[in-house]
Structure formats: C-alpha cells, structure tokens
Design a protein around this ligand. Structure first.
Ligand code: BGC
Length: 772
C-alpha cells in the first residue's frame, strides 16, 4: 500500500498540501461524471507537469486498428478506445505575462476536495508568481446530474498583495489525444469553430465512424456579486476557440469566472443541430446561474443517496470508502440510456477502453438492482439484447451456427474488441454471466415480462452456443468442454473448467424453465419467438437435457471438492503464503509460463460458481471448497476479494472476510496496486458494495425470496444499508446482536431470517434478535 495522503472524512475526499507526485493519482480519484460524460480531475489552468488529460463522452469511441505481434484468424479488426474528448474546462490565468502553472509557480495552502454528498469538486490554493505577486484561487466544478450535457465552473481569484492586471483566457480545445493510441495518431478532425464575445463552440468528428461532438462555452466574470462588462479578444484556430480578457483588479477583492459548457454528441442529435444544441444548453445554464444549477444538481445527489447510502458505525476509513465507491458507480452509469454501459475504469482513465466486460452482469448488476429504479438494471440487460445479432455474427465467425451467440469479452457496440486468443476465443464463461444477469434480474424484480419481451432470445442463443461448444467424449462417456479459460486467467486452454461447464449447463436448465413458463403464461408470444428464432424445440431441448445430465464436472472424491479443471491436482499445490513478498504480485515478477503451470489463482473461479449458485450448495460444500481454493488465491484481480468476502461471511469466517474486505474497500483510495494514476477500478467498486451488503449484511435471494444472514465485522458497531425491494425501500440495520428492517415506503415487504418469514408493513419496522 502507498502511504496514505488523503484525509479520512465520512462524506469527502480531501487532499491537503501540494505534492506533484500525487497529482495523477488525484486526477483519477477526484474524477467527476454524470453517466453521460465524465472527466479526470485535470486543472482548469495550464499545467506543465505530469498529467493524464481525460474528458470522456459516454458511448463515443474509436475503433483503433488492432496491433498484435502474431495475427490469429478470428481476431477482431480493432480495439474500441474510449475517446479523450474536448477539454471544456480550460481557463488560463496570467499575471505580467507569466502563466499560472502549479508546476512552475510557488504553491501554498493547497487543498482539493470532492464532496460526494453533493457531487462537487473544489480546489483552493495560493500561488506566487516569479515577481512575487500572489493570487488566492478557489475553484468549484460539477457535471450536472440533472442536465447531463452541462458542466459548470466557478473559478475565483483574489489578488493577495497587488493591484493591476490579470489576464484570463477561457477556452475550448478539441486538439486532444489518447495516450493509448495504437498508431500514435490523433482521433479527432475539425468540423467547425465559432467564437464571439463571451461564447464559442467547437465541433469535431472522429476519423472513423463519424461520431461528432460539439462543445459550447459561455462565460461571465463577477467581482463579488457585480458582473463586470467585458471586452474580450477572441481567437480561434483548428479545433480551438478562446476569449482573452484583461481585468483590472484590486488587492483583496475576489473575481469569479463563471464558465458554463454544453456538450452534445451525434448519438443524441442530428449533426446539423449539434453546435446549436450545445450553445443553447450553455446559454440556458448561464441564464440560470451557477448557484441554481448547483442546487438542482446537489438535490439530485441527495435523492440518489436516499435509497443507496451505507453507514458503517465504528470504522471511518471504511465509511469513507464505501461512499466513495457508491459515488463513483452512480457517476459512471445512471441507467437512462440502454446504449451505455459500465467500463471497468468508467470515465476515469483510458485503460480497458471504456468498454463493457462481464463485470457488468457479474458484479455491477446487483448494485443497481438494489439501489435504483428497476428500469436501470433493465436497461443494462437491454444493452445486451440489442447486441444479440452481433453476438450471433461473432459466433458465426468462429464457426458456430443456428443462431448460437458468443457475446464479446470486451465491447462497445456488440462487436468483439479483445485480441488475445486465450481470452477472445476461450474466456467464454462471459456468455454465462449474461444469462445469469437475466436470471438475477427476474428473481429480484419478478418482472417476468422481460423474458418474453427480450430475455428468452438471449437465453436461447447462449444455450445454443453451449450445446455446440461441448463435445461428446467417447473415452470418458461424458460431454466435455475443451480449450477454455475460466475467470482465473492464470490458466489458459484448460479442459472442463468447473465454472464454465457449470455456467453452460445451468444456462440450458434455466432456458428450459423459462420455456415452460412462457408456454404456460404467454403461449402466443412464445409461438412467435419460436418462429422468429427457428427454434426446433423438441430436438434442441432433448440435446440440452442430455448435456445437462452427462456433463463432465471435475470432482475429487478424496477431498470432496470441485476441481477447477481437469488435471488440477497434478499441480504443485501450495499456499500463496509460501510466496516470498518480493515475488508478489506474481504477474509482475514471474514469467507467464511459470504462472500458468503454478496452482496460483488470480481470482475466484470455482468459488465464483459457488457464489452464483449458493442456493444449490450446502454450507459444508462451500466451506470445503473455500478452504481448498482461497489459500491458493493471489487475488491479483480487483474483482477477486469480494466473492471471497461473501462466501467467508456465509461460513462464519468473520476474520478472513474482513481481511479480504480491506483489500477491496480502499483499493483506489490507498492505491494498493500502485496504478491509480491510470484510473479507478469502477467495476470492482460494485464488488465492494456486494461485500458489504451481501457479505456482512448477508442479503441474498433464495428461490425469489429476500433472505438476511448477517455477520458483522468485529470492529464495526453497526451497519445500515438501503435496499429497493419490489417497490419497497428498506433500511436494514445490523448490529452484533440485532437485525432491524425499517420499511420507509408505502409498499409492504417480506423477508426471511432463519426459518421464519417476516412481513414489514408499509412504513413499519421489525427488529429481531440475532441467533448465534
Ligand atoms: C479480470 C477480468 C475482468 C477484467 C476487467 C481482468 O483483470 O481478470 O475478470 O473482466 O479485468 O475488469
């Protein structure tokens, strides 16, 4: 763990003191977003030190031509890059010809703050120029949650020891680049620039795919609350517009530049209307003013927190961390647009291309299901439905037929972007997570209409894939699945990965259940679906039944554990604790072949299956498998600890659960993996939420019923979390001896604790003593 440089505060992230070595980390940590766009916490003014400029518009990407050493048939043509887009925050400040630049000027009293309760990024510091003149700076900025194409800045400066001239230059700059460009090219071409006094627009389009983005700015300057009449010089060049204003300033007075931006993309407008739409947004924002915009934005945040907050009594560092995670999840995805999804780094960096992974269904869906309106989770599912045709084409490219679908490992628009054979072609378990997402959604919401409207087609196509992906082994007298990579990417090209085989047969079994249900309740819709999908129900389901009954599931009779794959016991089995400290993480210290031959596990694999299907396994089975696999797990994916926290809580391993929880909770705030400068681990933040609510809070859904089985960490006095459950909003409060469920809605709810079912009346509450 890096030395902690951020302060512990329940609702805020605070950085006191200026240390340029921390700046890129802070740019990630203090990122802001509103689901439609997001940005790293870059400075408004010039900064000549190390920085990663990042301002991203959701859904706007670039298909960067694939770069690999050794081409393999089936590789995708491109890798989709999340695009660093227009820099709309820029405001240069200069005094006597010298730029305000924290890398060049003397800085004191630096403070950066992210107010997570209200979604506000602010910064203050004193800056001394070479000639001794000093300015006090105070800036505030947010991306509106209510008007999701609007950003606003209030940038104030106060001359501390001089009067005279300060020159300010608000600008828009589209001449930006991506650090991860495969061929070192810039991705944007200019469309048009327009500039006039106190306003400007720039529009650019991507070199491929013709995405267009327009940014408009409006600005004004006030001294106290008096607006100043401005006579700016305008400037423009390709992809850039600016206004420059020389202000006569007096010592001790505060001047504020209010800058408003409207950012529109061709995903939502006709290209001919883009620039005007952006300008209208900016001018309306300026008309309403910073304070009013901020108030509506802050209220929207409070509203979000009212059904999602978690309170941890007795552990302020954990408290700050869980709010940080919830905050970033909401900044990344608001669920209003089914074309959008959740990149592993959200809007906080370029790595992972802002694309969609199985992380969404396996880790993020439970968070949104429990804390937001069900339309949000439904939109995440519809995203995959809309990609079904592409997933079928993707499978066809690999030789599959009859409407079998293989969803991509990494995608923006449904096409595969990943290009390492052992993942692209082999890490097919992702298909199972997409099917599981449908199951999870339906058991949570009971929205069964989803199945005939969208879900069945996806389930059928995935089942068809699995049915073709297995083969009958004459020698073994079983169906086998060869050449796969499970969630544990430290094994490639293995046969009969327990998790993948389990996901495959479970998908088929669930699809069979759904078919029965549709036949009974929606026979007409079902008949249409059969026709649309050319489903030969009799033959295809017969085959699925045979596969389900005869799949190879590697199991060791002696130790009574599932085996991660065929031959796992041949390995030199030893615990991760036998590794020297200098060897870890092994992915940075060992050769790849050594990793592959070793027993060490990157992230939950067998245990991921036991977590998903907890309702099918007894505690003794979970314990035996946990005891066998966890000691060999190096948790080198940030998605690993959460599954272990949940299972450890179930089997009463409180200490282990808490130890693992600490690895996920403050992963980014304390920069455990020394990579925070590249961006945050957004999808694993959802894993932290799962650890708290499903692990320590013990929330689970068994046979469509809400069940609690809490186990509070020793050091915590109490845990409170919110849950949306079938129209009700529940406040759950767990202590070491009690479980209280408060219903803060007008809808009755039901939950189970131990063998008993409890009904919580609308606006009522139930308090139970916990049984040991
Ligand atoms: C993990 C995958 C995950 C990806 C993106 C990898 O390191 O092993 O399971 O999908 O990161 O988060």
């Amino acid at each position: 763990m890096e030395k902690r440089y951020l302060e512990i505060d329940e609702w805020k992230i605070v950085e006191e003191g200026w240390d340029p070595a921390n700046h890129m980390k802070s740019e990630s940590i203090f990122s802001i977003g509103n689901g439609r766009m997001g940005q790293r916490a870059n400075f408004e003014e010039t900064y000549s030190g190390n920085t990663l400029q990042g301002s991203y518009v959701a859904g706007v990407y670039y298909p960067d031509k694939t770069k690999v050493g050794w081409w393999k048939n089936g590789y995708p043509e491109y890798f989709a890059k999340v695009l660093n887009s227009v820099n709309w925050i820029g405001i240069n400040i200069s005094v006597d010809g010298e730029q305000l630049d924290l890398n060049a000027c003397a800085v004191s009293n630096f403070r950066r703050e992210l107010d997570m309760q209200h979604g506000l990024l602010s910064r203050s510091f004193d800056v001394k120029f070479t000639n001794g003149k000093t300015l006090r700076i105070d800036s505030k900025r947010f991306l509106s949650l209510v008007r999701d194409e609007v950003g606003a800045i209030a940038y104030s400066f106060t001359p501390v020891n001089f009067e005279g001239a300060v020159v300010v230059t608000p600008y828009l700059d589209f001449d930006v680049e991506n650090h991860d460009a495969n061929w070192e090219e810039k991705f944007w071409d200019s469309v048009e620039e327009r500039v006039a006094a106190q306003k400007g627009t720039v529009t650019a389009k991507t070199k491929k795919l013709d995405f267009q983005v327009s940014a408009a700015m409006r600005f004004e300057v006030a001294e106290g609350d008096q607006h100043i009449t401005l006579y700016p010089n305008t400037d423009q060049r390709e992809k850039f517009v600016s206004n420059t204003v020389e202000l006569r300033v007096e010592q001790g007075k505060t001047y504020t530049i209010y800058k408003y931006a409207g950012i529109t993309s061709s995903m939502n407008y006709k290209t001919k209307d883009l620039a005007l739409a952006a300008d209208t947004l900016a001018s309306e924002a300026m008309r309403d003013g910073f304070d009013a915009l901020y108030e509506e934005h802050a209220n929207a945040w409070l509203e979000k927190w009212s059904t999602s907050d978690i309170i941890i009594d007795g552990d302020p560092a954990a408290q700050q961390a869980i709010r940080f995670n919830i905050f970033h999840l909401f900044q990344t995805f608001t669920g209003v647009d089914p074309r959008l999804n959740i990149g592993p780094k959200g809007f906080t960096g370029e790595k992972y291309g802002g694309s969609t992974y199985w992380d969404t269904e396996a880790y993020c869906l439970p968070f949104y299901l429990s804390t937001t309106d069900q339309s949000v989770a439904r939109n995440l599912l519809i995203y995959r439905y809309n990609h079904l045709q592409k997933a079928i084409e993707n499978a066809e490219k690999l030789g599959f037929t009859n409407g079998a679908a293989l969803y991509p490992m990494v995608t923006m628009n449904g096409e595969e972007c990943h290009n390492e054979w052992e993942i692209t072609f082999e890490e097919i378990h992702r298909n199972g997570a997409i099917a599981y997402g449908i199951f999870n959604y339906v058991r949570h919401t009971l929205d069964r209409d989803y199945l005939h409207e969208y879900g069945f087609e996806v389930l059928l196509a995935i089942s068809r894939f699995w049915a073709q992906r297995v083969n009958w082994s004459e020698a073994r007298g079983k169906y086998v699945m060869l050449g796969v990579t499970g969630p544990n990417e430290y094994e490639n090209n293995v046969n009969n990965n327990f998790y993948t085989n389990k996901m495959a047969t479970w998908t088929m079994a669930y699809t069979l259940e759904v078919i029965d249900e549709l036949k009974e309740n929606h026979p007409d819709a079902y008949a249409k679906l059969v026709e649309k999908t050319h489903f030969d129900e009799e033959t295809e389901t017969k085959e699925w039944h045979e596969i389900i009954a005869n799949i190879a599931i590697p199991f060791d009779d002696k130790q009574q554990v599932y085996l991660q794959q065929d031959g796992f016991l041949d390995k030199d089995l030893r615990p991760a604790s036998s590794l020297a400290v200098e060897e870890r993480p092994i992915n940075q210290h060992w050769s790849w072949d050594r990793i592959l031959r070793s027993c060490f596990i990157k992230q939950a694999d067998v245990l991921q299956g036991l977590y998903f299907f907890e309702h099918q396994y007894d505690k003794a089975t979970i314990r035996r498998n946990f005891d066998f696999y966890e000691p060999m797990t190096v948790h080198e994916s940030s998605l690993s600890p959460c599954v272990h926290v949940i299972l450890a809580s179930r089997i009463g391993y409180g200490e282990k659960a808490y130890e693992l929880y600490l690895r996920t909770a403050r992963l980014d705030l304390d920069d455990y993996n020394r990579e925070v400068h590249e961006g945050l681990h957004i999808t694993s933040m959802a894993g932290t939420w799962m650890s708290v609510v499903q692990g320590f809070g013990g929330m689970k859904i068994i046979k469509e019923k809400l069940v609690f089985e809490p186990l509070l960490p020793e050091g915590w006095k109490a845990l409170h979390f919110m849950l949306r459950w079938r129209g009700a909003v529940l406040k759950v409060n767990v202590t070491h001896s009690t479980l209280k469920v408060e219903n803060v809605s007008d809808v009755e709810a039901e939950f189970h604790y131990g063998p008993h079912v409890h009904r919580v009346a609308a606006n009522g509450e139930i308090k139970l003593e916990l049984t040991k």
